[in-house]
Design a protein around this ligand. Structure first.
Ligand code: ADP
Length: 391
């Protein structure tokens, strides 16, 4: 059965077509700069990659372009071969406790959450509507980044701000990367052969978040109302004293949105190092003796260790730490630094295993807390949910 996983942004449309339940990628690609004369469309299939620059007026045109390409390149012979579509949606608020079928009612509910994810949810809905129009009879669902964290208890998701901010404006922690946290923590529980495992997931990419998972459920996570909360990332600051807003505004005349932009786009690795947001560049600069690059990484790994320590207490022990996403899967130096900082918990990394690629247990035999690298796969997770809900 062919199932498509879709991620629509404000000017992009990413897709992957999978053969399920085999979880085999048939084709994948992306339309970028939608709304422009010089949009690009790239599609990969049979080990080939085709790229094209052309005007793409809107998401509807992007979807047509995609389906035309699937037929033209004989990837499918007719659209009816696509039996399900799963759309990634960033914010499900408290309205969605699970992935959900995209009925008109649910699409309106997603739109009602626009205030909580102004850059993402409106774009997702544009993509969803384009797909619904093109494939009106196909089963389509939304898979939310937030649902996995909906199991957090009140005391973990509520901020100690005026209670009306929560009741009137839905201000609370929602978390993010939930699809990934669930995918890799489920896999870790399988590897541990333990359903009630206590796991800390470190999803470390450009965006980065940690979660504490017990009995397959997220009980806490580091991102908050938005992805700005938590640990320092490629360009995000993570937690700071909110009073910084007052001081910077007074000193520079910057308004709230400009300061938020600095905290989202000019902080983290980039802000501290002054060199790059990319962990590979940071590692190269550290090799060259760049103090600020080292500091950028040290601040991040220190804060990650803080979270691991607090989640250890929250979980009441720990079976495994899991690394995933671009940095978690590839940057052995970052994994090493983090595990060094938390070794009091009984984690011991095997330096050779730590250099391996792909899914691996990288802790020493006998390490009290196991350490895994588990590549994340959000598209597969989305396609699995389409299968699960279609039944
Ligand atoms: P996102 O999906 O949040 O944009 P990714 O999960 O793709 O981010 O992760 C991007 C990060 O992964 C970058 O900081 C990049 O440097 C890092 N990364 C990717 N490949 C490697 C590698 N081979 N070695 C070290 N870091 C890597």
């Amino acid at each position: 059965m062919k199932i498509m996983a879709v991620n629509a942004g404000s000017s992009s449309l990413k897709f992957q077509l999978l053969e399920m339940p085999e979880e085999k990628v048939i084709t994948s690609g992306i339309v970028e700069r939608i709304g422009n004369d010089n949009a690009t469309f790239s599609i990969k299939f049979n080990g080939e990659k085709i790229e094209q620059e052309l005007p793409v007026l809107n998401h509807k045109v992007a979807v047509e372009l995609l389906f035309d390409a699937l037929i033209k390149h004989n990837i499918i012979s007719k659209l009816e071969e696509i039996e399900g579509v799963g759309h990634r949606v960033v914010q499900g608020g408290e309205l969605f406790k699970d992935s959900s079928e995209l009925t008109e009612e649910n699409i309106l509910k997603i739109e009602s959450l626009n205030d909580l994810a102004p850059l993402h949810n409106p774009a997702h809905v544009v993509g969803i509507r384009a797909f619904k129009e093109a494939l009106p009879n196909v089963f389509q669902i939304a898979v939310f980044d937030t649902t996995f964290h909906q199991t957090m208890p009140e005391e973990n998701f509520l901020y100690a701000t005026p209670y009306e901010w929560y009741t009137d404006y839905a201000v609370r922690k929602y978390g993010a990367h939930g699809t990934s946290h669930k995918f890799v923590s489920d896999r870790a529980a399988e590897l541990l052969n333990k359903k009630d495992a206590k796991i800390i997931v470190c999803h470390l990419g450009n965006g980065a978040s940690l979660s504490a998972v017990k009995n397959g459920k997220s009980i806490d996570t580091s991102m908050g109302l938005t992805p700005l909360e938590g640990i320092p990332m490629g360009t995000r600051s993570g937690n700071i004293d909110p009073a910084v807003f007052g001081l910077i505004s007074e000193k520079t005349g910057k308004g709230i949105s400009e300061i938020l932009n600095d905290l989202n786009k000019k902080s983290g690795y980039l802000g501290v190092s002054g060199v790059s947001h990319d962990s590979r560049d940071i590692a190269n600069e550290i090799e060259k003796g760049n103090h600020r690059a080292k500091l950028a990484l040290d601040i991040q790994t220190k804060r990650i260790a803080d979270y691991i320590g607090s989640y250890y207490v929250l979980l009441g022990g720990l079976d495994a730490i899991v690394f995933t996403a671009g940095i978690g899967e590839n940057a052995a130096n970052v994994r090493h630094d983090i595990i060094e900082r938390v070794k009091v918990l009984g984690t011991e990394l095997d330096p050779e295993l730590n250099q391996l690629r792909g899914e691996n247990e990288i802790s020493k035999k006998g390490s009290k807390v196991k350490v895994f690298v588990i590549p994340t796969n959000e598209e597969v997770a989305i396609a699995r949910d389409v299968l699960r809900l279609q039944k």
